[in-house]
Design a protein around this ligand. Structure first.
Ligand SMILES: NC(=O)c1ccc[n+]([C@@H]2O[C@H](COP(=O)([O-])OP(=O)(O)OC[C@H]3O[C@@H](n4cnc5c(N)ncnc54)[C@H](O)[C@@H]3O)[C@@H](O)[C@H]2O)c1
Length: 326
């Protein structure tokens, strides 16, 4: 199989790319090194993929480039490129969210029209639910995004439905829930926590720390994403991809304290605008159609992310982490 992976230099996209290459698929990887975090971190994410002859890297911006030839050249499209993150999506940065989440997705969908049978797997987000009406949250729950980011992810999901309904594009949307693991984006909580622990700095904890998330290990997300590319029942559908447990931020901090064998200093911060109180995925539909069940134990996954951060901190200049590239 020849796969197009957009956002291949990102956290999840780089793991997906490597999993495909390892199993003998060839990959065309697209990324524009968006400035949501430092370019050297994205180049590092790509290091492993670049060892493979079956990997071609195309450095284009999906919101601007000519895409039809790229799509024609592959059997399946995994669309993970986006401007991620709730907290930065306010104010003037929203332009980038519109361009990279909505416009880029529309361009890619447009380029996929007229190619029947080509699967288009879109990485959506639990952020489309906002403060969800019920837990665990089912896909049929009314989406009520609580952030500009969530709004753009939902708009792109709707575009997938629109291109499926009108042009028969074989879209599948996957609502990922708080993904963690090695290479996690530097703006995400566990990356910040692990880095702070290793630098002897206090851990910034938002709110009272009792907010919960359905944390999902990145390898589980990759498995669900690949299953969505081939499962016959998935076409035109939307699936939650969750890790199977609800953990509070305070519980995650306790686990980290267990890992390092000491109490950690916390810095209390207010709840940022756009952050929701709780998330929890009903993954029954993904289990039925994609045969997806998360397999990573949360404590083990957190330890793997911590060990990864130890290797990163040992190898890189401190000023890379958490900075924008421009
Ligand atoms: N990380 C999570 O917890 C999480 C949760 C829900 C959904 N998602 C979704 O999963 C996907 C991957 O997220 P991530 O955490 O790996 O983010 P990431 O920022 O690490 O990766 C996204 C990549 O897309 C690239 N990109 C952005 N705009 C582009 C454009 N116009 N053209 C080409 N490349 C572009 C970026 O340079 C980046 O390398 C995103 O769609 C995100 O919305 C992530």
């Amino acid at each position: 199989m020849r796969a197009l992976v957009t956002g291949c230099a990102g956290f999840i996209g780089s793991h997906l790319t490597e999993a495909l290459l390892t199993d003998g698929d060839s990959v065309i990887g697209v990324d524009c090194f968006n400035d949501n975090y430092a370019r050297p971190e994205k180049l590092r994410n790509l290091e492993e993929a670049r060892q493979w002859d079956s990997f071609d890297f195309v450095p284009i911006d999906l919101s601007r480039g000519e895409l039809r030839d790229l799509v024609e050249d592959c059997d399946v499209v995994f669309h993970l490129a986006a401007e991620p993150g709730v907290r930065a999506s306010w104010g003037s940065r929203f332009d980038a969210y519109l361009r990279n989440n909505v416009l880029a997705t529309q361009h890619l969908l447009e380029a996929t029209t007229g190619q029947p049978g080509k699967r288009f797997v879109y990485a959506s987000s639990s952020s489309i639910y906002g403060q969800a009406e019920s837990f665990p949250t089912h896909e049929d729950t009314t989406p009520r995004p609580f952030s500009p980011y969530g709004t753009t992810k939902l708009a792109a999901e709707h575009l997938c439905q629109v291109y499926h309904g009108n042009y028969g594009v074989d879209t599948v949307s996957l609502r990922y829930f708080s993904v963690y693991g090695p290479r996690q984006r530097p703006d995400m909580a566990f990356a910040i926590f692990c880095r702070s622990v290793l630098r002897g700095e206090p851990l910034p904890v938002f709110g009272d720390g009792r907010q919960t998330r359905d944390f999902t290990y990145v390898a589980d997300v990759v498995r669900a994403t690949r299953a969505a590319a081939s499962a016959p029942a998935a076409v035109g559908k939307i699936y939650n991809v969750g890790g199977g447990s609800q953990t509070s931020v305070a519980q995650a901090v306790e686990l980290l304290e267990g890992l390092v064998g000491r109490r950690l200093e916390l810095e209390k911060c207010g709840m940022p605008e756009g952050d929701v109180r709780d998330t929890s995925a009903d993954t029954g539909r993904a289990k039925a159609d994609l045969k997806f069940e998360p397999s990573m134990d949360f404590e083990d996954g957190l330890r793997l992310e911590f060990e990864w951060m130890q290797s990163v901190e040992a190898a890189q200049p401190a000023e890379w982490a958490g900075t924008r590239s421009s």
